[in-house]
Structure formats: structure tokens, C-alpha cells
Design a protein around this ligand. Structure first.
Ligand code: ADP
Length: 471
């Protein structure tokens, strides 16, 4: 099977969150199963990996009433081919958060078939991710201005987070995409505006999201962010496939960023990381630590964690937080650290290397998410013998088992967190029971292998359900 991936992030080159991790590791897992994958993604100004793709030339993309010129650079890694799409609008400091994001990612989606054709890749199926490339299933289904072989190509669309939907003016967006005006009344329409996430879900041959629980939650008003009705209407076309983690990158037995390596058979050397994390923040020796490694946004419930913090400290926990996001939450976290020296350590920023020390050096990891499509941090934490304290939602519900591999609470409130933290403390870091839970958590298999097989089966099903167009 030849799979064309379209994504706005791909680790280690560009990453704002879990989407980058998935796009960085699922293709390699598919290649390991014998499939071919081309990943098409923006060539951001400076790739976080420092990689320098090989520039192979310009491609003309039908766009915005005429054509746009994009540059193409390629790389090959672990058997996966990557094509980077260069355009001045991608050469900026951040990945997202600009006024013209809707335009920029419509251009990316429009460029994907042309770029694939330019590098000689003839896919059997396309796999688009989140709103940024939600236009692609629509473009493939409607078949205008596509290179040979791309019209009616089967597609899979994965929703990584339904909160971000890519809304834009309907007429303008159809003009950018060079699609006919009759699509204004199609599934891409959400209350009169173009909605890229809904377009992806509505026009793809198959739709997935990143956990079975989130697939069910999306059909409910509390989680659908206005699209619950749209998701309900997909009926059997929407399924949940759990993400995996990259078990080579996240392996305490080989991790170069922790002071001593360890595994489930010899977990004792985890203690060196615990000492290092406490020393880094001047925390009291021996203090049990709950960590958080997270975007600081409402979704993640970090405000709830900060509200519960005085109670957690009183119980005897220390806290370590690594994150970046909303200025109010950043300031509140720094204020807590200043007030509770020796008990709380905070780093504001995105620091991949430091995150390894957090996962290895903490006793527990808090994820009090209001919603969590899959969540990777809890799986990484378990692999490092750090027990997750999570709210029962989405992928957290599907991956953490209360009192066996972590601690699970129902309500997204400070009380919920405090309850679970008390449960954890009652088990007690360092006790035999805690150690048994650590070993159970470390032995979980969260590698991509099983999920990659599920995606491969889904690609087969998508291909089988579409009758190819004949010239
Ligand atoms: P989301 O994609 O919603 O942000 P996930 O749990 O799926 O949440 O993935 C988050 C990923 O980003 C994990 O690999 C986590 O370690 C990483 N991450 C989040 N914040 C930071 C940070 N401040 N520094 C380093 N890594 C971070």
C-alpha cells in the first residue's frame, strides 16, 4: 500500500503537540510493515531538527484564482520519504497563530497532490490530519485541477483535536481552493462558513480519531465543539485508533537525556533521575513529585491543577511543571513556584530534552484534562515508571487503569485531582504496592505496531470501498 500523508507537523522537524509525534512515528511503523509512505508537510522557516531538505525545484499549485509557486525539498528517514513544501507564508517564527492561517493551510492542502506527483509518488490512499489538511479529502473527492491518478483517490481523515476547526469565509475559501461555488452548500459548510475539519470528516472515505472513547465523545455536545451532529451523521465511518508512542525515542533503558538508564527489570536506577529533577529545582530531598509536561491551555486543566496545588503541597507532594501557553497560566505557575520554594519547580518553555528528565524524575504525572483525544504524555510517563494521575476522558480513560497502572478521577475539578492525589499518596511512592504498579505501567505495550496494523487495515477498507475513476 502506498500512503500519502498530509500534515502540518512532523516530529522532529516541527511539533506543537501530539499531531507532530504521530506524523513522526506512524509512517515509520507503516514502513516497517512493508508499506510505502510519503509525508507532505510545510517547510517552516527553521526546522526544529536542524535538518536541511534537499531542494528539488518549484511546483505550480492551482490556488487563489490562479497558481501559487511552492518550493519542494525532500528527505528520507527510517524508510519514510518526506516532502517539505516551501512558501514565504511558512517561513515564520511559529507554526500557527497567524491571521492568514486558513489561507496558508488551504495552500498546503492544495499543494499536496501536486507535490506528490512532482516527486513521482502514486498513492493508493491519502491520509490527512486535523483541520490544516481537511481540505484534501474534499479536493480528492471533487477532482478539480488534480494531477493524473489523484481524482477520487480514497482518503482517510484523522481528527486529533476537534476544538481547532479552521473556519474561514466560504466564498473566499472555495476561490482559494479553486473549487466550484456549489460546494458552498456541502458538508464543508458550518453555519455559512467554510469549516476545514468538517470538510475533512465529511468528504473522507473513512474517518478516525485517536482513541475509542474520544470517537464516542465527539458525538456528544460536551465534546463535539459544535460538530457533534456532524460526527453523529458519520455513523459507521468514524472509528477510534489509539496512538502509540515512539518506543525508541521514549525508552528509559537507552535514553541519553537521563542520568542513569533503567527498565522494568531493574527499575532502581530511576532514583538518579529523581534526585536530578529535585536538584534542578532545589526541591527538598526525598520529596515525592507530581509532574506536568503540557501545553498550558484550558483543555489540559492546568488551572485546576494550580487551584488544587495548595492542597497537594499540604498532603506532602511536590510539584514540577514544564509547559508553555496562555500567559495567565504561565504567570500563575511562576507565582506558585515563587511562593512555594523547595516544593514547586516551574519551567516555562518548550524543552524536549528537559521533558525526558521530567518523565524519568517524577513519581507521578498529572493530566487533569477537560478533554483528551488520546494523550501521549501519560503513555510516556508509564514507560518511565511514573504513574499517571488522569481524568477519565478520551484516551486517558482508554490507557490508564485505576490502581493498576495509575490513578483515574471522574470530575474535572480541583477536588477530583486532590482525591486522586490522596489515593496515590495512600499507596505511597516507594512502597511495594507502588513498585508493583510501576512495573505494570512500564510493561504496557504502547508501541505503534498494533495501531499501525489497524491503520493499514483501514486503508485497505477505504481502497476497497472506492471505485477508481477511469479516464
Ligand atoms: P497535545 O498534543 O494535546 O499537546 P499530547 O499528550 O498528545 O498532548 O502530546 C504532547 C506532547 O508534547 C508530548 O510528547 C509532550 O511530552 C510534549 N510536550 C508538551 N509540552 C511540552 C513542553 N513544554 N516541553 C517539551 N515537550 C512538551
Amino acid at each position: 500500500m502506498r500512503v500519502l500523508f498530509a500534515t502540518a507537523e512532523v516530529a522532529p522537524h516541527s511539533k506543537a503537540g501530539g499531531l507532530g509525534d504521530v506524523a513522526g512515528s506512524l509512517p515509520a511503523a507503516l514502513v516497517a510493515l512493508g508499506h510505502e509512505v510519503l509525508v507532505v508537510t510545510p517547510w517552516y522557516g527553521r526546522l526544529a531538527s536542524g535538518a536541511r531538505p534537499l531542494w528539488i525545484g518549484d511546483v505550480e499549485v492551482p490556488f487563489d484564482g490562479g497558481t501559487a509557486t511552492v518550493g519542494v525539498g525532500t528527505l528520507e528517514e527510517r524508510g519514510v520519504r518526506l516532502a517539505f513544501v516551501g512558501h514565504p507564508s511558512f517561513a515564520r517564527e511559529r507554526l500557527y497563530g497567524y491571521e492568514d492561517d486558513a489561507w496558508r493551510f488551504a495552500l498546503l492542502s492544495r499543494a499536496v497532490p501536486q507535490v506528490a506527483a512532482r516527486v513521482g509518488f502514486r498513492p493508493d490512499v491519502a491520509h490527512a490530519h486535523d483541520w490544516h489538511t481537511g481540505h484534501l479529502p474534499l479536493l480528492l473527492a471533487r477532482g478539480w485541477h488534480l494531477p493524473d491518478g489523484f481524482a477520487r483517490l480514497p482518503s482517510v481523515f484523522t481528527v486529533h483535536n476537534a476544538q481547532y476547526q479552521g473556519e474561514s469565509d466560504m466564498a473566499a475559501t472555495l476561490h482559494w481552493l479553486r473549487l466550484p461555488g456549489d460546494l458552498a452548500g456541502s458538508f464543508a459548510n458550518h453555519y455559512g462558513r467554510f469549516n476545514a475539519l468538517k470538510a475533512g470528516a465529511g468528504f473522507a472515505t473513512r474517518v478516525t480519531t485517536v482513541s475509542p472513547s474520544y470517537a464516542e465523545e465527539l458525538t456528544r455536545p460536551e465534546y463535539g465543539y459544535g460538530l457533534d451532529g456532524a460526527f453523529r451523521s458519520l455513523e459507521g465511518r468514524l472509528t477510534g485508533i489509539l496512538n502509540g508512542i515512539d518506543v525508541e525515542v521514549w525508552d528509559p533503558a537507552t535514553d541519553p537525556h537521563v542520568p542513569a538508564n533503567y527498565d522494568a527489570v531493574h527499575p532502581n536506577a530511576k532514583a538518579a533521575s529523581q534526585v536530578a529533577l529535585r536538584e534542578r529545582y532545589g526541591l527538598e530531598p526525598g520529596l515525592p513529585v507530581i509532574a506536568a509536561v503540557s501545553r498550558l491551555v484550558e483543555q489540559k486543566g492546568i488551572d485546576l491543577l494550580l487551584a488544587a496545588a495548595p492542597r497537594l503541597l499540604e498532603m506532602g507532594w511536590g510539584l514540577a511543571l514544564l509547559g508553555t501557553g496562555e500567559p495567565g497560566l504561565e504567570a500563575a505557575a511562576l507565582a506558585l513556584a515563587a511562593d512555594a520554594r523547595g516544593r514547586v519547580g516551574v519551567t516555562i518553555g518548550f524543552d524536549e530534552r528537559l521533558s525526558h528528565l521530567f518523565y524519568a524524575g517524577a513519581d507521578a504525572l498529572a493530566m487533569p484534562s477537560r478533554f483528551e483525544p488520546c494523550g501521549l504524555s501519560q503513555m510516556i510517563a508509564m514507560r518511565y515508571g511514573t504513574l499517571p494521575i488522569v481524568r477519565a476522558t478520551g484516551g486517558l480513560r482508554d490507557t490508564v487503569e485505576h490502581m493498576r497502572t495509575g490513578f483515574v478521577f471522574e470530575h474535572a475539578t480541583p477536588d477530583g485531582i486532590a482525591w486522586a492525589a490522596a489515593e496515590a499518596l495512600a499507596v505511597g511512592p516507594g512502597t511495594d504496592r507502588w513498585r508493583a504498579m510501576q512495573v505494570a505501567a512500564m510493561r504496557q505495550d504502547h508501541s505503534w505496531d498494533a495501531s499501525a496494523r489497524r491503520y493499514a487495515a483501514l486503508y485497505e477498507a477505504a481502497v476497497a470501498s472506492v471505485i477508481p475513476s477511469r479516464p
